[in-house]
Design a protein around this ligand. Structure first.
Ligand code: 5GP
Ligand code: ZN
Length: 116
């Protein structure tokens, strides 16, 4: 699949609408269309990176920014005291269905462990 066909690149470009909650030069965060918890937000780099598996050492900053954005959004969504989860799915066994790196931020209920 080419970058031109990437769903999340289309969201970054504004070609597909999403409920954005946070935007910086390098990141976009928006609510998941099929939420698995009362709060379910996806944090993505605006640059297309297919998965963590193909991320480069040069992506160190943007990957770190994704984690710190999760911290900030969790506070803004009032999740910090109760707790929350960040998850990144990678590849087929990881359950990745959209091939543009994204960090899930889930909260608002007690989350089971381990995942299925
Ligand atoms: P993955 O399974 O790849 O880790 O997660 C992809 C996520 O993207 C899923 O949770 C799915 O619900 C979400 N998603 C898929 N298509 C759209 C869309 O068009 N808009 C939004 N906001 N989320 C989407
Ligand atoms: Zn993309």
């Amino acid at each position: 699949m080419s970058i031109a066909d990437c769903l999340f690149c289309k969201i970054v470009a504004g070609e597909i609408l999403a409920d954005a909650v946070h935007r910086t030069e390098g990141l976009l965060a928006f609510r998941d269309i099929n939420p698995q918890a009362p709060v379910h937000i996806l944090i993505i780099p605006t640059e297309h990176i297919t998965s963590l598996d193909v991320a480069l050492d040069g992506h160190r900053d943007v990957l770190g920014e994704m984690m710190l954005a999760a911290r900030d959004i969790a506070r803004a969504e009032d999740l910090a005291d109760a707790g929350y989860r960040t998850v990144m799915n990678i590849g087929a066994d990881g359950g990745q269905t959209v091939h543009h790196v994204h960090l899930h931020l889930l909260g608002g209920r007690a989350l089971a462990w381990p995942p299925g």
